[in-house]
Design a protein around this ligand. Structure first.
Ligand SMILES: Cc1cc2nc3c(=O)[nH]c(=O)nc-3n(C[C@H](O)[C@H](O)[C@H](O)COP(=O)(O)OP(=O)(O)OC[C@H]3O[C@@H](n4cnc5c(N)ncnc54)[C@H](O)[C@@H]3O)c2cc1C
Length: 248
């Protein structure tokens, strides 16, 4: 870790500056390994050239964690991860209008031969590929955590409301159609919470804070974090829809 990167970390963790991640490109979405953004080594740094899209927070960001490759034929072996600063010449962002998230600032990001000093390179010569995928597991666990939080917030609100709301002389939770639906969601939320805790605990104990990360745990968490992110995201949608129905 260089002093430059420690400063970026401080800026981001303190909320002083906004950061974003540039993986997706106009022609590379799901196929995130075969990047077309190229990296070229120069004397005192690496030049990034290409375009990124759907860069959440991009229009407001000072820092851009971006990925590119030295050789588009061998992206895994040559991927580079760099922390680009808006202070470096050549970064341009245009806000995109995404109808499903109209209030989120999402950018089309242009990397016009941005020269990045070596102190800002987080992973060179293929290390960027490993950093990219190592980062996805905790991100998925974090998304599970957010989803579980949304589920409980919605469900608890609905349980309180339906316990207080009376129609035809009874609290509406006592009508089977309402109470059953909330009980069904309660079971699913409890199960999802247990899965999220289990996956996060194994990640902490056997990978993140382990003296020697367990390969078996890495494989297990990679799978379960993907499945859990999928399951909890769908459950979040279901809970929010159902509790609105039970509240009238
Ligand atoms: C709101 C929002 C915020 C985002 N924020 C960021 C960000 O901050 N940084 C960033 O880098 N990216 C970001 N993204 C981009 C996101 O990661 C991509 O949208 C995602 O990787 C999918 O790429 P794509 O949209 O090009 O879809 P495509 O890859 O073109 O996929 C289109 C459809 O084809 C399907 N498909 C693709 N390949 C296969 C296959 N092999 N088998 C079966 N089906 C397949 C997909 O499931 C999808 O249904 C964001 C996207 C959105 C919508």
């Amino acid at each position: 870790e260089t002093s430059e990167i420690l400063k970026v970390q401080d800026d981001l963790m303190s909320g002083k500056e906004i950061g974003c991640i540039g993986i997706t490109e106009p022609e590379r979405g799901s196929d995130a390994v075969n990047l077309t953004t190229t990296c070229t080594k120069v004397d005192d740094g690496i030049v990034f050239s290409g375009e990124k899209v759907f860069t959440t927070n991009g229009p407001k960001a000072k820092y851009f964690a971006c990925y590119g490759v030295y050789d588009t034929e061998h992206p895994r072996q040559t991927m580079v991860q760099g922390m680009l600063s808006r202070d470096f010449a050549g970064i341009e962002t245009k806000r995109l209008k995404i109808n499903s998230v109209p209030r989120v600032h999402i950018a089309h990001t242009y990397l016009n031969d941005v020269k990045v000093p070596m102190e800002y390179i987080l992973g060179d010569n293929g290390r960027g590929y490993h950093n990219l995928f190592d980062g996805l597991v905790p991100e998925r666990l974090g998304i599970m955590g957010s989803g579980v939080g949304i589920c409980w917030a919605g469900l608890i609100y609905a349980i309180i409301y339906t316990n207080l709301r009376q129609q035809f002389g009874k609290n509406v939770i006592n009508y089977q159609g309402v109470g059953y639906s909330l009980g069904d969601l309660l079971s699913k939320c409890s199960a999802a919470t247990s899965l999220a805790f289990q996956a996060a605990t194994i990640y902490d104990d056997k990978i993140l804070f382990a003296d020697k990360p367990s390969k078996e745990a890495e494989r297990w968490v990679a799978g379960v974090s993907s499945q859990g992110k999928y399951l909890v995201s769908k459950l979040t949608h279901e809970v929010c829809y159902e509790v609105q129905q039970q509240m009238g």
